[in-house]
Design a protein around this ligand. Sequence first.
Ligand SMILES: *[C@@H]1O[C@H](CO)[C@@H](O)[C@H](O)[C@H]1NC(C)=O
Ligand SMILES: *[C@@H]1O[C@H](CO)[C@@H](O)[C@H](O)[C@H]1NC(C)=O
Ligand SMILES: *[C@@H]1O[C@H](CO)[C@@H](O)[C@H](O)[C@H]1NC(C)=O
Ligand SMILES: *[C@@H]1O[C@H](CO)[C@@H](O)[C@H](O)[C@H]1NC(C)=O
Length: 481
Amino acid sequence: MKTVSLMDISPFLIFLFAYGCSASCSVGCLNGQCDKTTQYCSCRDGNYDLKCSSRCGAGCLNDQCNKTTGFCTCRGGYYGPRCSSKCSVGCLNDQCDENGYCTCRDGYYNYMCSSKCSVGCLNDQCDKYGSCTCREGYYYSSCYKCGAGCLNGQCNLHTGYCICIDGYYNTRCSSKCGDGCLNNQCDQSTGVCTCKDGYYGTSCSSKCSVGCLNDECDKTTGYCTCRDGFYNTICSSSCFPGCKACSNSKYNCSTCTPGYWSTPKMPCRHTCNSNCASCITENNCTECKAGFYGPDCRHKCSLGCLNKACDQISGLCHCVSGYSGALCKERCPSSCNVCITPENCTQCVSGFYGKTCKTPCSLGCTSSECDIITGRCDSCREEYTESVSPTLTIVSTVSNVIAVLVVLMIGAVVLLQIRRSKMQTNIEDPNVPMRARDHGDLETATQQMELYEDLRHDDGNGENNRHYANINNINNPTYQG
Ligand SMILES: *[C@@H]1O[C@H](CO)[C@@H](O)[C@H](O)[C@H]1NC(C)=O
Ligand SMILES: *[C@@H]1O[C@H](CO)[C@@H](O)[C@H](O)[C@H]1NC(C)=O
Ligand SMILES: *[C@@H]1O[C@H](CO)[C@@H](O)[C@H](O)[C@H]1NC(C)=O
Ligand SMILES: *[C@@H]1O[C@H](CO)[C@@H](O)[C@H](O)[C@H]1NC(C)=O
């Protein structure tokens, strides 16, 4: 014998438990009271059935119905034993009998007046079968609309026949001429027309295939010459993507699309490597995609190439500013705009000069720019004097040394002369001691020697330069103070 476990009946127990707990008297119970076991009760108005849980129909007069059956007397506009159905919108004065039948107001028909007369009915009136007299633009007993192509929208009231405007045909002008009819005109009874370019067929409703060259085809047959990638008589089938031209079948290629290559058995079925625009075999490229070079187009044109484009074989290119070398791979120094080699700049960033554009123009220049080779600037600020290039400085330093030596020699000669004349004076003026005179002369000579030493050691020390430049018009390469 089969035993029933607690598990098997537990859902049932839970149901009973839940139901027992939640059960209460229906809202329809008079005073909210009901039999504790059956929930049966006496109903308040507007409710019916044993537990008073059903509402009287919406159409019950005064919201009252038989508390057992729910039946009631209907108020206007409703019908049915419980008055839960509304009379149709087409019922005159919203009134209908217990079956819903009524007298129709204008524009409706059938026993319940639930159907609308055709929009084509004159004065919106029709008989109980929907038949009517048509107003203009409609025809037949049910007043269908005249054809879309009827002149002035009018047709024979009975047959619907009419005169067509351009673009329509057949007796009721309800069919459109083909899209391809020249001037949108076609034979009024057959629809046959002359095709404009790009269409074919007797009614010109067919477009030439997408594969037709120039979108043109024979206006009768649709046959055409195929453009690249299509085949068959009307060029409606596509070749395999690798085929530029094929015949009979997708794969019978005679010419390949660039980027594909052939083996005898599988023409145009293989792709070139991704950098090849066209190739003989995968990596034997006949043309590289823009930006690549080499026999297999494996190399990328240098970043320094103008438009990132280069010679497909050699990789040579024109450089953008800041790069140099045949392949434009070498970067010019940071302040050099254009260079032949990184050591040979031909255009510096404003404010620099020299072969590598590393030397800043003098602070003494009025504008930030100076000559790329000499560093010479157009004009100096007030507190600065003219400055010359290092090469010229060497020349001028040598000449200055010579000049200084000459000056010294001349000075020495002059001193000797003065000394001689002073010795004569001293003889005439015995109050001046001999040593003092000697010392004074000696001091002048020492100062001159010191000045000479300064000049020799001066190679770019701005303070010194500026100091002495004003005295001796000495040229120095740079201002750094
Ligand atoms: C309600 O309907 C029942 C069954 O037709 C009938 O016996 C009863 O008299 C009706 N009650 C009233 C109040 O009309
Ligand atoms: C491929 O096309 C050519 C040229 O139209 C034709 O002669 C040849 O028979 C075709 N081959 C196949 C396999 O269809
Ligand atoms: C590339 O193809 C050409 C023509 O078939 C051939 O002469 C050449 O040797 C090929 N180059 C390489 C690298 O295979
Ligand atoms: C720099 O390039 C110019 C122009 O090609 C050339 O005449 C000059 O000799 C080069 N100078 C150096 C130092 O390479």
